[in-house]
Design a protein around this ligand. Structure first.
Ligand code: ADP
Ligand code: MG
Ligand code: MG
Length: 323
């Protein structure tokens, strides 16, 4: 009985944070845990959404150039973190990218290639140094009117860690969660084996996997140009922008996967390194805080040494780059 109870699982898929959230939770507390995570992510969404009028991020955007906005401690911390990561990445990752992402609307209903003049105007508003943080008062303000925050490149990975807290509170020892492709595992499979996490091949609608990864207790975030894009005249425009140009990043990479216990870091770095390209990957393969799996335009797969034994390449269209 006890053994069966440990192996039993509950699964759910919900549309939250503008994306699909799926969970499989094992063990005695599974049903309460699934419901508690859905509830927590709903609350998260209402605070962080770029589109909900009631969200705190929306309030910061509405008050750009006007007034500081008092936010929850958690929101303050995430924005401060995102600003620091923007700085660290030299602006390749920049959460003030919203004027550009809204203008191009790649992931929205009316994607289009804007005129260069429009791009220049939007680009002039993108600058993480204009995020004014007052720690004592717990306020955030954007310096200039028209500036806007877009947490789209960090919120889903961060939300994985938020869900992780809920699982811990619920006593869950084994679970897999995906928030829009940001995958988080708690513990390992009930039988004791690690979870096999599928890493997608960087091709749209491809059901095959690039390979499988073992990364218990980690958040696994992937950024790439292959999934969210639109095409005009045979040219592809994807949703990750180069804040230096205002255009979709002309990366020499197909995808970047970052593996870390720190979900915000995994998500932000996957976006930053996609923009930075292969040179950035080579410089960051040996970092302590995260591991990397990146695919370049020739199909070579770059891996951090410390995950070499945890990854199995299964798609013969790709090959491992020399160590
Ligand atoms: P996904 O949303 O597919 O997980 P990312 O984590 O890379 O992919 O986030 C991309 C989203 O982040 C875009 O849809 C946009 O809202 C925003 N964004 C685009 N370019 C940047 C950038 N250079 N820095 C920060 N955020 C960005
Ligand atoms: Mg990201
Ligand atoms: Mg992401």
């Amino acid at each position: 009985r006890w053994y069966e109870e440990r192996r039993a699982s509950s699964s759910s898929t919900n549309f939250l944070m503008n994306t699909f959230v799926s969970q499989t939770v094992y063990g005695p507390h599974r049903e309460e845990a699934v419901a508690a995570v859905v509830e927590r992510l709903r609350q998260f969404e209402s605070v962080y959404s770029l589109y909900k009028d009631s969200s705190q991020v929306e309030a910061i955007n509405r008050n750009a150039g006007v007034a500081p906005v008092e936010v929850d401690a958690e929101v303050f911390t995430l924005i401060a973190r995102a600003k620091a990561l923007s700085e660290e990445s030299g602006g390749a990752f920049d959460i003030t990218v919203a004027p550009l992402s809204l203008l191009w609307d790649i992931t929205g209903k009316n994607p289009r290639v804007p005129a260069q003049g429009e791009i220049d105007q939007a680009l002039a508003l993108v600058d993480y140094r204009d995020i004014l943080l007052d720690e004592e008062r717990g306020t955030v303000m954007l310096r200039r009117p028209g500036q806007k925050l877009d947490l789209g490149a960090i919120a889903k990975g961060y939300a994985c860690a938020v869900a992780g807290q809920v699982y811990r509170q619920q006593g869950v020892e084994s679970a897999v969660l995906s928030i829009g492709g940001n995958v988080y595992t708690v513990g390992h499979q009930p039988g004791g084996k690690p979870f096999d996490i599928g890493v997608s091949a960087p091709v749209k609608d491809r059901t095959e996997l690039l390979g499988t990864l073992h990364a218990d207790g980690m958040v696994i975030s992937t950024s790439g140009a292959y999934e969210r894009y639109f095409e005009v005249d045979g040219r592809r425009y994807h949703h990750i922008f180069d804040p230096a140009t205002g255009w979709p990043a002309q990366s020499d990479l197909l995808s970047v996967t970052v593996i870390s216990q720190d979900g915000a870091l995994a998500d932000a770095m996957s976006t930053a390194l996609f923009v930075e390209g292969l040179d950035g990957i080579k410089e960051n393969l040996d970092r302590e805080e995260f591991s990397l799996l990146a695919v370049d335009a020739t199909g070579a797969v770059y891996l951090s040494d410390n995950i070499r034994d945890d990854f199995v390449l299964t798609d013969e269209n790709y090959h491992l780059a020399d160590a």
